[in-house]
Design a protein around this ligand. Structure first.
Ligand code: SIN
Ligand code: CO
Length: 402
């Protein structure tokens, strides 16, 4: 049981105004960034986050890498040989910080650390459906993961120490075969910079890059997800199969009152193929269904995500706490919505009209203030639903004002 998990550690950051110049983007507005840079070209932003404080210390990062539910990797380049290992890693099993050329990469730090979640929140000018996670890498002097490219956009924010980034627009992206990690066979850098704490580099997908630590350093990668269409199609068909039970057009059973006696018993009857084809056409889909599928699928937490167990809390006591302090989505919760549904952690709720504005507000702001909760508390089902989500560990009580 985890009583402290009932309360959020902090309020989420405010929303980003798409049309206001943003220091994080070097004074560019998010609207201009998305129009001119996103997916198109790299951008170096000096002092994107001035006086940055690393969201976690080196020791706290090593502790995270020792947890079963946290995805971590260790990349070493000892004696000119690349090696990749998957965590968890006990801190004493990591190489010494004095040993050169190794990197520890910890995925999804935003799920476990409020400061990392806050930092990631600053990138919410990109839809949540596209944001993936915040990874933190620690590298000893000379450490890196080798020249490579990623399939996704990434913001590389230097949070401590220095790292030399070399990048290339090369289109030749062949990899060295039979390597434990993706290393470009030919990398020919066109630009290079040393990033200091607070500096940030944005790279579009497929852009070749190589970052090497100069002394020990930590880098945050704010990563995005772009589902492969084939993978989506597989998940969509699985989702669609769950709707079959309710599809009236698919009720009944195949029948063949017109069937004749056959000379070729092994031949599949053409009439059967025709009848089944006709009926399967009833499994049509439209954009509303696709949207419901996407919301459900994209709000599904990664398999490793565990929500904390919350102690039993009577409904009336819960309602009082929620109305007094407000509610906040748990850092690991993924909330999305469309015109008709609210999606939370892989579940779709058809939103009644009077609840919709409040649930949209909760999803966008990841928070409802005490005043807002009090204003909607009496709507049918709302408090019961919030209570249920809280007991699931999906929603928390806002931190009591000090
Ligand atoms: C790193 O942080 O070491 C690697 C990040 C990347 O190149 O994508
Ligand atoms: Co990369």
């Amino acid at each position: 049981m985890n009583d402290s998990a009932l309360y959020a550690q902090a309020l989420p950051p405010g929303l980003v105004d798409p049309d206001a110049p943003l220091a994080l983007l070097g004074g560019m507005t998010p609207a201009a960034f998305m129009r001119d840079i996103w997916h198109r070209k790299p951008l170096l932003i000096r002092q994107a986050v001035p006086e940055i404080v690393p969201p976690v210390s080196r020791e706290a990062l090593f502790e995270l890498a020792d947890r079963d539910e946290v995805e971590s990797r260790l990349v070493t380049h000892f004696r000119n040989r690349w090696k990749l290992e998957h965590g968890p890693f006990a801190a004493e099993n990591l190489p010494s910080i004095k040993t050169r050329q190794w990197t520890l990469l910890v995925q999804g730090v935003n799920l476990h650390n409020a400061a990392a979640a806050d930092l990631m929140g600053q990138f919410r000018f990109v839809p949540d459906a596209r944001l993936d996670d915040l990874m933190i890498s620690y590298a000893s002097d000379g450490g890196g993961v080798g020249p490579h490219f990623d399939s996704y956009d990434v913001f590389l924010l230097q949070v401590s120490g220095r790292r030399r980034w070399r990048i290339s627009s090369q289109t030749k992206l062949d990899l060295i075969p039979d390597m434990p990690l993706k290393i470009l066979a030919d990398f020919s850098a066109e630009q290079e910079w040393v990033l200091e704490p607070g500096d940030m580099l944005y790279l579009p997908p497929q852009y070749a890059h190589d970052g090497v630590a100069e002394g020990e350093c930590m880098t945050c990668s704010i990563g995005f997800r772009a589902p492969a269409y084939r993978e989506l199609a597989g998940h969509f068909l699985a989702w669609l199969s769950e709707t079959v039970e309710e599809n009236e057009d698919l009720s009944g059973r195949y029948a063949d009152p017109g069937e004749r006696a056959v000379k070729h018993p092994a031949l599949l009857p053409a009439g059967m193929t025709k009848a089944v084809t006709e009926r399967l056409k009833a499994m049509q889909w439209d954009s509303k269904m696709v949207s419901e599928f996407l919301g459900t699928h994209l709000s599904e937490p990664k398999p490793s995500v565990e929500f904390p167990e919350i102690p039993e809390l009577p409904a009336r006591k819960y309602a009082k706490l929620a109305k007094t302090h407000g509610v906040v989505l748990a850092p690991a919760s993924i909330a999305l919505y469309d015109r008709t549904h609210f999606f939370l952690n892989g579940e779709a709720y058809e939103t009644p009209e009077d609840l919709a504005p409040w649930l949209k507000q909760l999803a966008d702001h990841r928070h409802l203030s005490a005043k807002e909760v009090s204003a909607c508390a009496d709507l049918p089902d709302l408090m019961e639903t919030f209570h249920h989500w809280t007991l699931e560990g999906w929603l928390q009580i806002a931190p009591p004002a000090l």
